[in-house]
Design a protein around this ligand. Structure first.
Ligand code: FES
Length: 173
């Protein structure tokens, strides 16, 4: 199974899978023993790899004996699955109405400026990913950003540099 992956031209995605190969084997073994649903398997593979590139979907198809088209349609349907690599710190800016009227657009502009990326992109060093999201259900704290799923409320443009610096210092620790 791993040999098939290794024979292909190496992309960043296959390198990522190779680096996590033993963890993926553990997931596949557990999936067979515990009779995981496809959603469970996708979720666990995404936990290991961080996202679900096509190569990961092919591995799941081979291991679970499920058509690749079925896997692709499930991955595309559920927003919790991502086919794009995320940064070490994934920053989501809420653009729901409450956050937008309290200035989340300005916070987003500042993040774009500081990180030099657009929403949907990851910085060249892989540290930060930037996304926008709809209401995350914390309107009382508007404007809200999520950093790796953790909500930060009442974020102002002037807070952006410090938030990024905090993430950078965590990475260096
Ligand atoms: S609109 Fe941002 S949390 Fe609701």
């Amino acid at each position: 199974m791993g040999g098939l992956i290794l024979q292909n031209q190496k992309t960043e995605d296959t390198k990522y899978l190779e680096d996590n190969y033993s963890d993926l084997e553990t997931v596949f073994n557990r999936a067979q023993q515990k009779d995981f649903t496809l959603i469970d398997t996708l979720h666990q593979v995404q936990e290991v790899v961080g996202y679900l590139p096509r190569e990961a979907q092919v591995m799941i198809a081979r291991n679970q004996g499920i058509p690749l088209s079925e896997i692709y349609s499930v991955v595309s349907f559920y927003s919790l699955f991502s086919t794009e690599k995320k940064g070490d710190y994934n920053i989501e800016v809420c653009m729901g109405t409450a956050c937008y009227v309290k200035g989340s657009g300005d916070v987003l502009d500042e993040l774009k400026e500081e990180l030099k990326i657009e929403p949907g992109q990851v910085t060249a060093d892989g540290k930060f990913g930037l996304e926008t999201t709809r209401c995350v259900g914390a309107c009382g704290m508007a404007p809200v950003i999520l950093i790796n799923g953790e909500a930060h409320g009442q974020v102002e443009v002037d807070d952006v540099s410090e938030l990024i610096a905090d993430c950078n210092s965590d990475i260096e620790d």
